[in-house]
Design a protein around this ligand. Sequence first.
Ligand code: ATP
Ligand code: MG
Length: 358
Amino acid sequence: MDILDILREVEHPAKGDKDIVELGMVDRARVDGDKIVVVLAFPRHRDPLAEYLVGSTRAALVRHFGKEKEILVETIVKEEPKPRKAGLDLGTEEIEKVRHIIGIASGKGGVGKSTVAVNLAVALARLGYKVGLADADVYGPSVPKMTQTEDDAPQAFQEEAMDGSGTVKEVILPIERYGVKWMSIGYFAPPEQALIWRGPMACNALKQMILQVRWEELDFLLIDMPPGTGDIHISLVHDIPMEGAVIVTTPQDVALADVEKGVNMFLNESVNKRVFGLVENMAWFTPAELPDNKYYIFGKDGGQKMAARYGLPLLGQIPLIQRIREGADTGEPAAMSDEGAGLYYLDLARRLVKEVES
Ligand SMILES: Nc1ncnc2c1ncn2[C@@H]1O[C@H](COP(=O)(O)OP(=O)(O)OP(=O)(O)O)[C@@H](O)[C@H]1O
Ligand SMILES: [Mg+2]
């Protein structure tokens, strides 16, 4: 009979009847001539159960071998590997190689943040930069659909941290498409599940998702922020080392009132981040058959006025273009195109680079 099988009879009284082999406490067990030597490892000195377990180990061995062998049961102290750090102290190893982390935000929903974020990421990549985009909208992630990566599943694995602490951390590989690295909670949770997450859970999932991704070296990591200026935003702005933000707005007055909240979220004293500029989305509409006409459906120059009021650059005005909406729905970003909509985004990307690097 294998000596380990005998040792499996020794249950640990404080570990739900798990045996010492299962618990990894048997450091060595060998038959050496007419001697049997078993070394049990305990996580600390003077373990209160050491004596008891040495006794029951000896008893189990005596039961099987009787008096024919000399039985030696020794103990050593072996510290347990440090448990994974609890909470959100995830470290910043993965994100340290990112040069600029920029939030794409607005106070208001539906103004086109995600569309701008996805197309801006693609345009920056087309200009030769290394780019990633994290979709921070837990309740309505749109990046997988907008990039036709809905059926992709990011690989995840565990790895020992580089800091020598023995901490084990989870690493997630981003999805790559259109020259950009994408990450979204949508790759992991079906939408119905995300909807029932309470605020703190959503915040944690988000931060983990952004901080555990192996982005490698990036020039730009864009964060597509969820609509609003609530708790999730405040905690994101605090916990993700963002350098600043780009604020998206439509020209409407009502949108502008909310945008003001969005701008304040970054500029207020406790946060004190840069706002690189505004993007006026859906600035006008030009029908294909009347290419010289501009219809200011949502008002004219609202973004410009807002920019002037805050002393911020207007990074771009993107018209309402059917190709943009179609691209968002089919997952082929308009920024891939060399004409029309594509040019607006390339232009926006150049302006942003200029602001960030200035
Ligand atoms: N310039 C544009 N031309 C045409 N359609 C656009 C344009 N910008 C955005 N859209 C469309 O408007 C809708 C809303 O855009 P999007 O989802 O990007 O907004 P959002 O601000 O991210 O919304 P949410 O606040 O829900 O996150 C989408 O259907 C998108 O395709
Ligand atoms: Mg969005």
